[in-house]
Structures are given as structure tokens and as C-alpha cells.
Design a protein around this ligand. Structure first.
Ligand SMILES: *Cc1c(COP(=O)(O)O)cnc(C)c1O
Length: 428
């Protein structure tokens, strides 16, 4: 599949049936796998033979889908997790431990921000958040001797900032650590961070990859490019024997291409068990089969809605990187030449009251905390995800009370605009 275009990889990547085998990926609905001799099984436990023994660690259905995602991102290995949260936690915790430090973009998804700043802090892992718009000097200045990873989102949810991936990759590499990029919003159809220097890519597959709001899931992809053995003191988990796994040294046995995902599977998945169910992996694959067809439509609708809103007198500003007025327009042209995604945010001039009226009058767009599926949805953070904050606090956090986040689905753009028009008319 390697030499095919991304459209072909979306449809046929990851799984090639043999003669007489099922055309569609089989759902291997089995927790366990049978062997003829204890010796056969022993080889699996020693990582000397490839195969399956227990679905908490690996399952063929999941592996077919993970292989497709690896092909889409241009990586060498991948794994599925139960959620995007689990993917980001595993990607970081695979190389961080008590005493480590992470550099992260300050505009990342709230769930990941909380994971790193609260939950991982309790594990003794420290973080410095930095604006994605920082200069190279500012970025280099936040690294510490114990920094083990740099983390950012290609397009941040919901801030919609666009990351200068090359700038972050350069800084990470000059300090001997990998860059981890959460590529949930653009998907590999619109951006492949590995091509710009990212070492590890993560996804909440719950969003566009699934695309139909059907199954929560996550994925981790390794570029196979980071040379762990060059920094054995920084990454002892990969570069020294794992006594909990028969003394295997992952970076030696599996090389740059396989060490990260193998360790993540044999240690973190074994001990924490955030596996995706094979049934969910099957749903995810159905979504992936049309990802390349759906993403351009999400972008087309997002662009049309953003252009309509920008001209509307009730709207004070629109945040969408496809608008020439947007701060990230130039960066987006570089990293997202075919557009970013279908998520647009905008502020209503009338603040909280206007937002309430607007939301109440939407007919096609549903009120949901979700984003990135086939059906358009809207959210007013001030009355939902951020409802504990005062108008003053909201303003300071860059989430003013009149802010609306809209995830443009796959409906006809004229219907979406008409729905917005009538809801905006209701305000005046
Ligand atoms: C939703 C989301 C997550 C979390 O994923 P879940 O599948 O909900 O656990 C992480 N990162 C980004 C950018 C997201 O949009």
C-alpha cells in the first residue's frame, strides 16, 4: 500500500485478504487465542514470535485498522486505544516518568490540558505550557534537563490555533526529545505531521476518523524516525532491559521503527488496559474508508459558513484558518493546503443573551459537546463546558460569553447557512 495515494490507502490500507478470505475486515470477537503447546505460547510471551494471546494487549481487528492509520500518517507502527485521552496519555507516559518534564502548547484540548497539568502532575511529571505563537528563542528557553517530550495539536480544539510543526520539531530535536502531535482535527487527509518532522502522532479517532459519532477511540502512530539509542539516559525505558518483560531492550530488539509501539503495548496496554474493542475498531474502519471523501466536504462547509458569518452584522469575529483575515492563514496555507477541518468559532456581538437566543433557534444544527461528525452541531461554551466561569473570567480565558463553536457536518452548505441566518435573525 505504501506507494499508493492517500485516497487508496483510506479504502484499502491495512488489510489485504488472501484467497477466499473475507473482503471486509473480520471482527475477531474473542478475548483469547488457542495454542497447541506451551512452548508456542512461551515464544509469544518472550516476544520471539508474532501472534496473539489476549485481546487486552492485541487483537487482529485492531491491528488491521492500526496498520491502515500508520499507512495514512506515513508511520512505521501504530496501535489503537480506547479513547483519544488514552492515546495521549500512553504516548507521553511511554517516555515520561516521575521527575520528567513536558513542553506543551498552551492551546491544546481541555481534556489533554487537564491530563497533563493535573493527573500527570500527581505522577510527578512536570509541564511548561507555551503559546503556539512563541518565538524560537522563547520556545528553546522553556526546555529543561529533564524534558522528555514536546506536545502540540496541528489544529487545536477548540482554540483553532495552527501549530508551526517545523518550529516545534526543530526545538524538540535540538534538545534530544521527540515531538508528539495530536492530529485529530485535520486528519492525515489534510496534514501529515510526520512529513514536517513530528516523531509520534496521536488521534482521537472519535472525531473525523470515525466521522459518524458512533465509537469513542484513539490511535498512536510512530514515525520510526526518532533515534532513542542516541539518548539512552533520557529514555531508559526504551534503551535498557525491561525486567518486567524478560529483559528485552526495546530499542535494540525492535529498532527505531518498532520500539515505541512495542513498549507501549507490552507495558502500558498490559498494565493499564485501555484497549479499543474490536467492534469499535470495525466501526472506525468504516469511517476511514470514506475519510478522504468526507474531509473535503467538511472543509467546504466550514469555509462557506465562515465566509457567511464574517459578513454578518451580528457577528463580531470569526475564527477559521481558511479566512484571509485569520492570524493563521499563512501557516494554514503551508501545513493545510487543502483546508483544515469543519470547525468554526465566532462571537456574537450581543454576548450571553444573544448566544442563548441564537442557540435556541437553531433547527438543523444540534446542541452537542461533540465535534467532527457527519451532523452539524453547535456549542456555547459559556452555558455548557465553561459554565462555572463568570463573564469576566470567560473574557480573560479567550472564551467570551457570546462565543459559539460550530462543527460543520456533511449537509448541504446552503441549508446550514439558511439555518444560521434564521437563528441570527431571531436575535435582532
Ligand atoms: C476529543 C479530543 C481528544 C480526546 O479524545 P476522546 O476520544 O474524547 O478521549 C483529544 N484531543 C483532541 C484534539 C480532541 O479533539
Amino acid at each position: 500500500m505504501k506507494n499508493y495515494k492517500i485516497n487508496t490507502k483510506c479504502v484499502q490500507g491495512g488489510y489485504t485478504p488472501g484467497n477466499g478470505e473475507p473482503r471486509q475486515i473480520p471482527i475477531v470477537q474473542s478475548t483469547t487465542f488457542k495454542y497447541d503447546t506451551s512452548e508456542d505460547m512461551g515464544k509469544l510471551f518472550d516476544l520471539e514470535a508474532e501472534g496473539y494471546f489476549y485481546t487486552r494487549l492485541q487483537n487482529p481487528t485492531n491491528d488491521f485498522v492500526a496498520a491502515k492509520i500508520a499507512e495514512l500518517e506515513g508511520g512505521t507502527a501504530a496501535m489503537l486505544t480506547s479513547s483519544g485521552q488514552a492515546a495521549n496519555f500512553f504516548a507521553l507516559f511511554n517516555i515520561c516518568e516521575a521527575g520528567s518534564h513536558i513542553v506543551a502548547s498552551s492551546t491544546i484540548y481541555g481534556g489533554t490540558f487537564n491530563l497533563i497539568s493535573v493527573t500527570m502532575a500527581k505522577m510527578g511529571i512536570d509541564v511548561t505550557f507555551i503559546s503556539p505563537d512563541c518565538s524560537e528563542e522563547e520556545l528553546n528557553a522553556v526546555f529543561q534537563e529533564n524534558t522528555r517530550a514536546v506536545f502540540g495539536e496541528t489544529i487545536a480544539n477548540p482554540a483553532l490555533t495552527v501549530l508551526d510543526i517545523e518550529k516545534f520539531a526543530k526545538a524538540a530535536h535540538s534538545h534530544g526529545v521527540p515531538l508528539i502531535i495530536d492530529n485529530t482535527f485535520p486528519t492525515p487527509v489534510n496534514c501529515r505531521p510526520i512529513e514536517w518532522g513530528a516523531d509520534i502522532v496521536t488521534h482521537s479517532t472519535t472525531k473525523y476518523m470515525d466521522g459518524h459519532g458512533a465509537a469513542v477511540g484513539g490511535a498512536i502512530v510512530d514515525s520510526g524516525k526518532f533515534d532513542w539509542m542516541k539518548y539512552p539516559d533520557k529514555f531508559p525505558g526504551l534503551c535498557t532491559p525491561d525486567e518486567s518483560y524478560h529483559g528485552v531492550t526495546y530499542a535494540e530488539r525492535f529498532g527505531k521503527e518498532g520500539a515505541f509501539i512495542t513498549k507501549c503495548t507490552t507495558q502500558l496496554m498490559r498494565d493499564l488496559g485501555c484497549i479499543q474493542s474490536p467492534q469499535h475498531a470495525f466501526y472506525l474502519n468504516l469511517g476511514l474508508e470514506s475519510l478522504h471523501v468526507r474531509m473535503p466536504r467538511h472543509v467546504e462547509n466550514g469555509q462557506a459558513v465562515a465566509e457567511f458569518l464574517e459578513k454578518h452584522p451580528q457577528v463580531s469575529y470569526v475564527n477559521y484558518s481558511g479566512l484571509p483575515s485569520n492570524k493563521y492563514y499563512e501557516l494554514a496555507k503551508k501545513y493545510l493546503p487543502n483546508g483544515g477541518c469543519g470547525v468554526v468559532s465566532f462571537e456574537l456581538k450581543g454576548g450571553r443573551a444573544a448566544a442563548e437566543t441564537f442557540m435556541k433557534n437553531l433547527k438543523l444544527a444540534a446542541i452537542e459537546t461533540h465535534v467532527a461528525d457527519a451532523r452539524t452541531c453547535c456549542l456555547n461554551p459559556a452555558t455548557s463546558t465553561h459554565r462555572q466561569m463568570t463573564d469576566q473570567q470567560l473574557q480573560e480565558a479567550g472564551v467570551p460569553a457570546g462565543l459559539i463553536r460550530m462543527s460543520c457536518g456533511l449537509e448541504d452548505k446552503e441549508d446550514l447557512i439558511a439555518d444560521l441566518q434564521q437563528a441570527l435573525d431571531a436575535i435582532a
